[in-house]
Design a protein around this ligand. Sequence first.
Ligand SMILES: *Cc1c(COP(=O)(O)O)cnc(C)c1O
Length: 495
Amino acid sequence: MYYVSTRNKTLQYTPAEAIAQGLSREGGLFVPQVIPRLPGSALMMLKDMSYQQRAVYVMGMYLDHFTSFELSRAASAAYGPDKFDTKAVAPVRKVDDTTYCLELWHGPTCAFKDMALQMLPHLLSLSLKKNNEKKTACILVATSGDTGKAALEGFKDVDQTKILVFYPRNGVSEIQQLQMATQEGDNVGVSAVIGNFDDAQTGVKTLFSDEELREELAQRGYFLSSANSINWGRVLPQIVYYISAYCDLLRDEAIQPGEAINICVPTGNFGNILAAFYAKQMGLPVNKLICASNSNNVLTDFIQTGVYDRNRQFYNTVSPSMDILISSNLERLLYLLSEEDDQLVASYMEELNRVGRYQVSDSILQKLQREFAAGYADETATKAAIAAMKQGENYLIDTHTAVAFKVLADYRKETKDETVTVVASTASPFKFGDAVLDALGVRHLWTGTALLDQLAEETGVEAPVPLATLKEKKVRFTSYTDKSEMKTVVNDFLR
Ligand SMILES: *Cc1c(COP(=O)(O)O)cnc(C)c1O
């Protein structure tokens, strides 16, 4: 199987090339040339397998240059008991007879980014070997919080890689800062940047386009690479858990073989819900994909009208990982819905870049609305959903997951659709403890790691071990840099 660019499908790449390169040269994203179909018997077979075995099977369909031995080793390393606090890896929890919650936050950093970032480093390291690349990949990340820690944990001590993370000095929560400052591993580095997230991100982009730095590093045996969510190696591991969730429902006889489900996903960059769409294209029985947004509801408008318009107010919300106005992975969906019209996709992306807006054709809009429903939840509704879920079902959910539950409730009210629905739960409530406590009506909040104890006391739910043990961890990284000095930090890191 080969991969092509969404903006030029005549160029072909092997899976290893697509993963190592990340982004196509003309700016397009890599997509599989054909989407593999699940054989008729696959789901019944997979339902009795472990998560790791399901991952090997599904990923193998897209990576036919990789052996199943290689993928098995990667899956046990990525999703082993030393990394995930449940054998199920991505367990499905019943909420009521037609609602199930797919918990994607049992990994080392307690957010769904772990599902992909535990796997990507292994896929990258295997790809480098296949490409006969002798240099070491240095992953540079600018983070507003969750991605940086998940990438550090994923790349920690992985062969032929080093990772350096920049975060805004005053732009992340205390817990997030502590998570990164205490990072273990011999190939990792962390630096705060004086400024905000944009300063850190602009700084990293400048480093990527610095030809002089590139040459210098090549002489020392390094090349720069990214762990950004547009890498196919991050989308692919996410397809696995939707198929896995369906298999769990089959195994537990919550659905009949062949019965279609709906999937509801709290969405930002459109990576997570795109993976559900791929699972459906592979033949997983799915009716509607429900795209849930917060007040930054650019995707709700897009799905309802066919107009994507980023020229709007930006809100900082209690679900910060969804505070996004440009959803990069939407480009892959446009490619698929336009029947692989790479020129059309290129023209939409050019308009987005130039004027911040584009309108899709009627035929794309029709298909979009056949596949997707969309809605959003504002801050008040998000908090109300947390309180209602705790009171009604004694189930503690985080702010992002709450957005999804609220949008699902609205969708059901409007459509009377009673299809069994899987809601993707993307973070542990302890990661966003202050907003969760606020939603539960607690007024005097403790600070730092004490917030974890407060939420535990208040709810009787235990904090996940990786967060609870933060206060015992040694702080390793305290340095910060001016944004003009980030290049020096890279050079020192790669001495
Ligand atoms: C990244 C993230 C999201 C958004 O996922 P996308 O793939 O960007 O749509 C939702 N919730 C949490 C907790 C996240 O970290």
